[in-house]
Ligand binder design. Structure first.
Ligand code: DC
Length: 227
């Protein structure tokens, strides 16, 4: 089956667990290619924030599906920021509470169906780098290049701790590592599109390499693939 042409360039999928450095690498990669970066996790985070604020139960799939239908979630500034119903929530979605809530909200098929459709629409013309959990498996199974970025949980916890510190929150490393492991467990075992490496995704272990090196490896592979 042939797919519609992508006039604006390739679709590049980056999946992997939280804290592996996907979004930083994805953002730099998109800049280098002149592509749009889409942080799909920010969409689930924005919905989770709205659910927390509105006291919608995180296990109420119907209510969350309705909430998603009535929410305007926009990725702004080349995918760096996110707006919820017109307000900038880029900082508000980065708390630990929202991380945990986003993982729960994203498990519901009614929520996923809507987010996936919006992501497919945003990436339809190509020229995009999408960062998420199910990009290469569910959103764009026919992505031109797929990466799966992984790293040791302790390294991921250290990175997360640094991010939180930069935002003014001091947090215990063991507690962060446990939260990361809990979230990995929830994201990889949910019945609807669990986090998994697509068979044709290229594995990049970012445990011992910096963002620049990850991006260089990605660029080399993209060049090789696109001739
Ligand atoms: O990448 P992140 O940490 O911002 O994602 C927050 C949560 O959203 C994560 O626990 C899993 C979920 N998510 C998802 O299910 N599918 C995506 N494409 C992106 C994120």
């Amino acid at each position: 089956m042939s797919r519609a042409p992508r006039p604006d360039g390739l679709v590049i999928a980056i999946d992997g667990p939280s804290g592996a450095g996907k979004s930083t690498a994805g953002r730099v990669l998109a800049e280098r290619l002149g592509y749009t970066f889409l942080d799909t996790g920010a969409m689930y985070r924005a919905l989770a924030l709205k659910a927390l604020r509105g006291r919608v139960r995180l296990d109420d799939e119907g209510a969350l599906g309705d909430l998603a239908r009535h929410s305007l979630i926009e990725l702004t500034e080349g995918g760096r920021g996110v707006r919820l119903d017109g307000s900038d929530v880029s900082a508000a979605i980065r708390t630990r509470d929202v991380s945990a809530a986003a993982s729960r909200v994203s498990a519901h098929p009614q929520v996923r169906r809507q987010m996936v459709a919006r992501q497919q629409e945003m990436g339809r013309r190509g020229g995009v780098v999408l960062d998420g959990r199910d990009i290469g498996t569910a959103v764009f199974p026919d992505a031109d290049v797929k990466f799966y970025v992984d790293a040791d949980p302790r390294r991921r916890a250290v990175r997360r701790q640094e991010e939180l510190a930069a935002a003014g929150t001091i947090a215990d490393l063991d507690a962060i590592e446990q939260e990361i492991r809990d979230r990995d467990h929830a994201d990889t075992t949910r019945p609807d599109s669990p986090l998994t490496r697509a068979s044709d995704a290229i594995l990049i272990d970012s445990s011992d390499v910096g963002v620049e090196d990850v991006v260089e490896r990605m660029l080399a592979i993209i060049r090789e693939r696109s001739g």
